[in-house]
Write a protein that binds this ligand. Structure first.
Ligand code: FE2
Ligand code: FE2
Length: 187
């Protein structure tokens, strides 16, 4: 799914939807970044290296470096979500539906991985801010060529999609998962 479509889906109300379908929605975002957006942005940076330096903004090297750091950070973060927290949330929800206790996760309290993942989100926000600074707020020089326009457009769409995605995780998914785990430990 292109990043522009991901942004419009933020409007969907996830406060009542099954957690399993919310997790599937978030994993689709991850897949789209891994398979489409990250490789496309990398290709646009590569193409820009072949253009005349005079039309490149001065922060392009820092911008590219920050993008690589964001991408590397995101690869680890998405794996941690997909392999650790998300399956635990789906299991907790299905046990809550059937009324069964279910095994205690190996990481102990649900709060433990959530605290770690929230730290990741703070790092990602910082990388996105560094990228925006390096690109001078994504203001295009007057003589910007098509590649630079496309790159800045793709980076701004990625930034918006990532903020929207993180907002859904922190304020809806993680909050609902914690409520579910507290209810379970009280029952
Ligand atoms: Fe995520
Ligand atoms: Fe996340």
């Amino acid at each position: 799914m292109p990043v522009s479509e991901q942004v419009t889906q933020v409007e969907k109300d996830w406060t009542e939807a099954p957690l399993k379908s919310l997790v599937e929605h978030l994993v689709r975002d991850h897949r789209s970044w891994r398979v489409k957006d990250f490789p496309l942005i990398q290709e646009l940076f590569d193409r820009l290296e072949d253009t005349a330096e005079s039309i490149q903004p001065s922060g392009l090297v820092s911008l590219r470096r920050a993008f690589y750091r964001l991408r590397a950070e995101m690869e680890g973060h998405m794996s941690r979500e997909e392999n650790v927290l998300f399956p635990a949330i789906v299991h907790a929800e299905s046990h809550a539906i059937t009324g069964s206790a279910g095994p205690r996760p190996i990481f102990g309290s649900m709060q433990n991985p959530i605290t770690m993942l929230e730290d990741d989100h703070d790092h990602e926000d910082r990388f996105l801010a560094v990228m925006r600074d390096a690109a001078d707020g994504y203001q295009l020089p007057e003589d910007a060529d098509e590649n630079l326009r496309t790159l800045f457009g793709a980076l701004q769409a990625l930034e918006a999609a990532m903020h929207a995605h993180t907002r859904i995780e922190s304020s809806i998914l993680f909050a609902r998962a914690l409520r579910l785990s507290r209810k379970k430990s009280c029952s």
